[in-house]
Structures are given as C-alpha cells and as structure tokens.
Design a protein around this ligand. Structure first.
Ligand code: ZN
Length: 184
C-alpha cells in the first residue's frame, strides 16, 4: 500500500486502486484510442486462464499489444469494461503484479527485444526483463506488497526454468542476454 494525501491526511492507496490506475492509464479501450495510442499502452482484459501450460499469470500477445490477465474463479463478463473488471478484482495484489509483468514484456518489446524469443536462453531472458520492467513500474507507482511480488516472481521464474530445463550455463547466458536490453 502507498500513502496518498487527501485533505492533508495520509491515506492508504490499495492494490485495487493501483490496479484500477494502471488500467485507466494503460488500457487502450479505457483511453478510447485506436491508431493514436500512446507507447506503453495495450488492450488489457481479465479472462479465465487459457494456457495449457501455465507459466505466467497472464499473457502478452506481442503481435497486437494485447494483455490478458488470468482471473481464477469467475472471470468477468466479456461485455464488462476492463476498468469495471479491475474494480471487481478479488485478488488485486496478484493481478496488479501480473499486469505489471505483462506490461514489462511490452516495455521489453518497445526497447527492441525480438518476439517471440528464440531458444531457451532468450525465452528465459525475456522473463527476467519483464520482471525487471514490472519492478521498475511498480516502484514508480509506490507499490508496497513486495513480499507477494517476490513470491510471484520466484514462482514464475522457477516454472520457466523447469519448463525450459535450463542448465546453469544457460541460466548465466540468459542473465547476460537480459542485461543487454535492461541496461542493468
Ligand atoms: Zn512472462
């Protein structure tokens, strides 16, 4: 939670408010743009999980700058606006972390990463980059639930490592590749 000031008194900004803020500022449907969408924006939706192999808590479709955030349980009515869906989130901390992660893939693409990444090392490097940009975005927004962020990041990266069956050598190479784009 972050502090927000209203009438001179500090208030807590919840993860739900942050999720709503990200949708308000990054979702193209909410912005009402079509051909003139600002960089760093995407078509954001909250949907039932669709991937057979679940690695991320969402999906970035690099061809159309679309982001699906997976919602467990009852997904919102497709007619419902992304803003209303964000407001109705039952797991706002997890969803804001995954939305930031998928926006991290978008940021990586804007920084010149090639999609889809080819090979195991590049696939893993892309995950590291997406987490790097997610963290940067959430720091900027004064997100505070870092224990949950770290847990989801670790779970996500472990899933990829196992799925890709990476060796220590490949992990090192992936870290080097990731550093090329993030500049860290
Ligand atoms: Zn990812």
């Amino acid at each position: 939670m972050r502090l927000k000031y209203k009438l001179g008194r500090p208030e807590l900004m919840t993860s739900r408010e942050l999720l709503i803020e990200l949708v308000r500022t990054r979702d193209r449907t909410t912005l009402g743009c079509v051909d003139d969408c600002p960089p760093g924006t995407a078509w954001i939706d909250f949907v039932a999980p669709t991937d057979v192999v679940r690695l991320d808590g969402g999906k970035f479709f690099h061809e159309y700058d679309q982001i699906d955030v997976y919602r467990e349980g009852a997904p919102p009515d497709p007619q419902e606006s992304p803003l209303a869906a964000a407001a109705a989130s039952q797991r706002p901390i997890e969803e804001v972390v995954w939305l930031a992660h998928e926006l991290g893939h978008l940021q990586s693409k804007l920084r010149g990463s090639v999609f889809p990444p080819s090979g195991a090392e590049r696939t893993y490097a892309e995950e590291l980059r997406a987490w790097y940009f997610a963290k940067r975005l959430l720091v900027e927004k004064e997100f505070a639930d870092w224990d949950i962020f770290d847990t989801l990041r670790t779970q996500g990266l472990v899933s990829y490592r196992e799925y890709l069956n990476l060796t220590e050598q490949q992990l090192l190479l992936a870290t080097e590749i990731a550093t090329d784009v993030t500049g860290v």
